[in-house]
Design a protein around this ligand. Structure first.
Ligand SMILES: [Ca+2]
Length: 90
């Protein structure tokens, strides 16, 4: 239930709130090695400097608010703007 509330809040913020921080195109595009405009878990794991790959995977799953297994630019930017833990992954 709590997870649903958090995901709902993130989705609402993605739709309505002005972003306080956006990723530079270089960060997203650097991680997006196959240049399909979305980030797979493998791409994120390869790009992440975080020592705990399990933590990266859990964060990826939280960031993937649509649940499609990929991060689009909006999902990526929202989380990078919201919390420092996500920003520290890269
Ligand atoms: Ca990609």
């Amino acid at each position: 239930m709590r997870i649903l509330a958090i995901l709902s809040l993130v989705a609402l913020m993605a739709a309505c709130a002005p972003r306080t921080k956006t990723s530079s195109p270089d960060v997203f595009e650097t991680i997006d090695t196959d240049k399909d405009g979305k980030l797979s878990l493998d791409e994120v794991l390869r790009a992440s400097k975080h020592p705990d790959k399990g933590a990266v995977k859990r964060r990826f799953e939280m960031m993937d608010t649509t649940g499609d297994g990929y991060l689009d630019r909006q999902e990526f930017d929202v989380w990078r703007g919201l919390d420092d833990d996500t920003s520290r992954l890269f």
